[in-house]
Design a binder for this molecule. Sequence first.
Ligand code: B12
Ligand code: SF4
Length: 382
Amino acid sequence: MDTLTHRIKTYARRLGFDLVGVAPAQPAAHADFLRRWVDAGMAGEMHYMTRDVERRVNPQAVLPEAKSVIVVALDYSSSPNHSTPAPPNHPTGRIARYAWGDDYHDVMRQKLNALLEFVKAEAGAEVQGKIYVDTGPVLERDIAALAGIGWFGKNTNLINTRRGSYFFLGVLLLDLALDYDEPSWTAHCGRCTACLDACPTQAFVAPYVLDARRCISYLTIELKGAIPRELRPQMGSWIFGCDVCQDVCPWNRKHAQPTDESAFFPREGFESPNLIAWLRLTPDEFRTRFKGSPLQRAKRRGLLRNIAVALGNAKDPSAVPALIDALHDEEPLVRSHAAWALGQIGTAAARQALEEAMATETDEKVREEIAWAIKTVDGSVD
Ligand code: B12
Ligand code: SF4
């Protein structure tokens, strides 16, 4: 069958995309869910989610002549069935597997640009197209379900029956009519609630509804300020993103496919980062090490904040010297979370360093964290 749609799909696969589907450009089926979610405040400080709600649910708002949306998916996981590496002799953190390699925005955008060029070559240079990978006002999972890429799991991720959910989505809006795929609205979770039960921060208020303000992915990547103190102990060793609700999903356990995209292969040390070494990264070292990596998004202060929380949770006294140095970092956000971590570890050296820092610290928020940490060591926190 040599239709334009077929040729586009074949070319998309040749570019390396693992799944490709085509949907009519129409208002999002679950627009009301998004409106309710935003109104309930569940987007937290993600202002890009609250600003453009009506644009986000309507493809014609971003491309008025849009007729079709090509949706592509690219697998990113390197070890779908999580093989735990041998424990090293220093505290290690965890990074969500989507961030082990290069930044997916660049990888996907390059491929989608090539796809748009192909469409223009096949259908005429005057064809208008718009590409989005995560950054634009598009409800990507909704369009992807309409294009038959996968169905909504209770963990809100889009799941494909043959591949699980470890894939990125990207969309190409076109002012061109194409042949459309069958939508995949039917959920296949059945009575399984593994993801809802396993979430370390109890971030799901109901199946299909995630309160982003509690999600470790939000806390470690999107939140710019202090991490709420009551959630820190539940974050375990996650320092960037979180995979728990996908790792426990039976569809991933049985069907996840290792990525063929070499750009997503793990960078050295990303599968089990050495927390003490990373806490000591200078601004220059941070820039060099995370060039082209998704971790850049957290900025140095955000990443060191997360590392301090993970070290506080590890309660490993070998981290105390590095945390004492971080207690004097140039960033108040890093100092305040280092103070918390020292309070959790609670050795005599940690307590003394907290006392000394209190004598010179001028930032009110950091002082408050230090005072709380000292109380924790002394056992006088409720
Ligand atoms: C904001 C955002 C986040 C936020 C909020 C997540 C969320 N669930 O909304 C935070 C920072 C927490 C986050 C985390 C992650 N994200 Co994110 N994120 C986005 C973003 C930018 C928007 C998502 C959105 O629209 N949320 C609004 C809420 C209302 O949507 P929703 O929760 O999906 O709810 C929908 C359904 O549940 C459905 N629905 C509601 N009720 C019901 C009831 C039934 C019965 C049914 C069937 C459906 C249904 O309708 C809602 C609207 O479509 C998209 C990119 C994009 N532009 O779309 C990426 C995106 C969703 N994220 C992605 C990824 C990879 C992640 C993480 C896995 C990263 C990580 N490992 O840390 C985690 C997963 C956490 C999770 N369980 O969702 C991928 C998902 C790919 C996939 N296979 O699904 C996307 C598509 C990015 C991309 N281009 O690849 N993310
Ligand atoms: S990514 Fe982690 S914290 Fe976020 S909803 Fe899933 S299990 Fe919970």
